[in-house]
Design a protein around this ligand. Structure first.
Ligand code: FAD
Ligand code: DHB
Length: 387
């Protein structure tokens, strides 16, 4: 089997297949240092954590990850807690994507399994046949070719696998948002025990974290904003205003990194073409509100791994044939949840929209039924079940 892309999706899938004895080669365009340092998601939902543990890569997660049993939802003057275990029996973990990737790379290298970094000219061939191929140039400049039974496109939104599906067969659904997230990583202990999602007339703000000494904070900015126009003082001021509550102050510290991330919803079908299967960001993108991107990639992998294991052990394609539908049901559930959280929390539109958002927030924090819907989605529906 050949896997294009060593992000969380490609690494986890290859880890599961290799552990079951399936020959599997991973090719990655970037360097090991680059993929291990790429700052992205920070929240793992319960089914993701369960799968990482079952796959034998949960040791550092259990030692260093922070289990969170709730989040705070806030608007000016009010902060309310949503209690996840009470509503769903599940929790989430603060453990950065960088750490998940490091753990999976380490496991793969320790097993002596093939993982080629810094490859170029990657192309997939003959995916419509039973003997597809991947060609690439390795880090040493040698042209290589992988003959496989199956090719997995885990190469993210800008990868080459999705575009290799004939355009006449492809269908996409997309929603752009007129705002973006300016994120900072700061060397300061979090000023909160659990994440704070804050609605504010100036725009959304989120207080997250990576460890007891590192905070991760985001503010909503216009989609056209440039990072150069946001000196650190301006960012801290916006965060103080939007996250502020009487009697509560936000600690500040040195900014280690800052960047602006655009937001979109995007779903592409088919997720399978012949012997090519897409997983994770290669097939879909969600806006970050609600932290579903990485978790959705892991859910695709859970479904595809089961199907591939059946295929490689018995030759049966029944589960492979069901992959797209099983994966897409969850993709659309997460797409709806991410869109809903984004729409409820970001300033956009006029005063009428703002009143609707506040009415929705009020209902989520006061109705057990509404809070349960949020908690079920946030902590992650079990991989075998999408409701
Ligand atoms: P990726 O992590 O994108 O991995 C794809 C891999 O394929 C990469 O290593 C790439 O280098 C490689 N690749 C690409 N093209 C090729 C090629 N031609 N040949 C070989 N390799 C190739 N989600 C959240 O839940 N919370 C967040 O806060 C959050 N923040 C984000 C910030 C940014 C800037 C981005 C881009 C995404 C963010 N996400 C977030 C989403 C989350 O990080 C992704 O959903 C997750 O990384 C998906 O994993 P993946 O393995 O499918 O794709
Ligand atoms: C983080 C990102 C999210 O999108 C989110 O909803 C919560 C936390 C984070 O990067 O820590």
């Amino acid at each position: 089997m050949a896997v294009v892309g060593a992000g969380p999706a490609g690494l986890l899938l290859s880890h599961l297949l290799t552990a079951a004895g399936v020959d599997c080669v991973v090719v990655e365009a970037r360097s090991r240092a680059y993929v291990e340092a790429r700052l992205r998601a920070g929240i793992l939902e319960q089914p993701t954590v369960d799968l990482l543990r079952a796959a034998g890569v949960g040791e550092r997660l259990d030692a260093q990850g922070l289990r969170h049993d709730g989040i705070h939802l806030q608007w000016p003057g009010e902060r309310h807690r949503i209690d996840f275990p009470a509503l769903t029996g599940r929790s989430v973990w603060v453990y950065g994507q960088t750490e998940v990737v490091k753990d999976l790379v380490a496991a793969r290298l320790a097993a002596g399994a093939p993982l080629h970094f810094e490859v170029s000219d990657v192309a997939v061939h003959d995916v419509g046949t039973t003997s597809p191929r991947v060609s690439f140039t390795d880090a040493g400049g040698t042209a290589r070719r992988l003959d496989a039974d199956v090719v997995v496109g885990a190469d993210g939104f800008h990868g080459i696998c999705r575009p290799s599906i004939p355009a006449a067969l492809a269908r996409t659904w997309e929603r752009g948002y007129p705002f973006a997230w300016l994120g900072v990583l700061a060397e300061v202990p979090p000023s909160t025990d659990e994440l704070i999602y804050a609605w504010h007339p100036d725009g959304f703000a989120l207080h997250s974290m990576r460890s007891p000494s590192i905070s991760r904070l985001y503010v909503q900015v216009d989609a056209t904003e440039r990072i150069e126009d946001w000196p650190d003082e301006r960012i801290w001021e916006a965060l103080q205003t939007r996250l502020g509550l009487p009697g509560w102050t936000l600690g500040t510290g040195p900014v280690l990194e800052k960047s602006i991330t655009g937001m979109r919803s995007f779903v592409s079908s088919p997720m399978r073409h012949g012997r090519l299967f897409l997983v994770g960001d290669a097939a879909h993108i969600v806006p970050p509100t609600g932290a579903k991107g990485l978790n959705l990639a892991v859910a695709d992998v859970a479904v595809l791994a089961e199907a591939l294991l059946e295929f490689f052990s018995s030759g049966s394609q029944t589960l492979l044939d069901g992959y797209e539908q099983r994966a897409l049901d969850r993709v659309w559930r997460a797409t709806h949840f991410s869109w809903w959280m984004t729409s409820m929390l970001h300033t956009s539109g006029d005063g009428f929209d703002a009143r609707l958002q506040l009415a929705q927030l009020q209902q989520v924090v006061s109705s057990t039924a509404a809070a349960t819907v949020l908690a079920e989605n946030y902590t992650g529906l079990p991989h075998a079940l999408v409701g």
